[in-house]
Design a protein around this ligand. Sequence first.
Ligand code: APR
Ligand code: ZN
Ligand code: ZN
Length: 362
Amino acid sequence: MPQQVQGVIAPGKNEPVRVETIIVPDPGPGEAVVQVQACGVCHTDLHYKQGGINDDFPFLLGHEAAGVVESVGDGVTDVEPGDFVILNWRAVCGRCRACLRGRPWYCFDTHNAGQKMTLADSGKELSPALGIGAFAEKTLVAAGQCTKVDPAASPAVAGLLGCGVMAGIGAAINTGQVGRGDSVAVIGCGGVGDAAVVGARLAGAARIIAVDIDDRKLRTAKKMGATHTVNSASTDPVEAIRELTGGFGADVVIEAVGRPETYEQAFYARDLAGTVVLVGVPTPEMRIELPLLDVFGRGGALKSSWYGDCLPSRDFPMLVDLHQQGRIDLGAFVTETIGLGDVEKAFARMHEGDVLRSVVQF
Ligand code: APR
Ligand code: ZN
Ligand code: ZN
């Protein structure tokens, strides 16, 4: 039987979000209905609300979530009712060219639920954010979007691995391939940059240099494992990173802001043959200009990192285990837990600078 539950809707461009009754259909073949237990508030949800992603309003927001599988459709074998799962926005197909070439994190054919959730009053079809839509008591997803993890983990913590925290940790351990003893610089220490600090520490980096223009962010980055901090509002970060690395530059520089000046800093802060990992998402009009001789002469690699180049089924359970063992502290990313009606307030707080993640708890 289709169910009526409460969910947070973005009704139109820049209109305030509101809690509405939505209809969640029974899972069809390959689908699952998940009872959401926690869902983090991410910048991407705000971008959806602002019309910055596409115009397919109304959106059902929320995509950093964990919960319990309630029911599954025909042919679903990987998860079953009662499983504690993290939702992911990249359920890879295993058959496309990227998958077959061993790079499933670039899968062209990631899938979401085929059926639509709808608004109870108007019957309008909802577009779930990133194919998830988890600011809702229950949501319908493709079963491949569910990754089973240790049910002892806190849902608020587990859910964060579904997006921003995975993007940051993965930038260090998957894309950057940080190695034992490496020096790593992280430019921009919001939730994503801090997660990159955690990833660098996990990978055994000897030096982790956190760069930000806000001293509060630098203090948090230090708690997350940064060994050195640089306030780039007052100090040239490229010079400072070179000084802290014996004059060379960092082996891996992770950019987690998404601005031209920080892209350029990342480019020059790396050691010869070092790696730059770009996680910060620029806007379409942004440009940088680089002397080609520097591009040629410095060697190394310029990489962008999408979703931490993660494989949910490999990375989510591993990171939950490490958290449960106390070897990484993902709880430090949960600044506050809020109710379903507080998402608009959480959007406003994002700009105040003292929130890593607000998490809706059910
Ligand atoms: N130099 C250094 N740090 C900066 C600069 C700058 N010029 N401008 C902003 N920052 C810092 C901010 O002070 C903040 O700490 O960058 C950080 C950005 O953090 P958030 O706004 O919390 O964003 P976050 O969620 O961490 O995402 C960062 O990664 O995945 C992408 O889309 C995401 O582009 C965004 C980026
Ligand atoms: Zn594929
Ligand atoms: Zn997100």
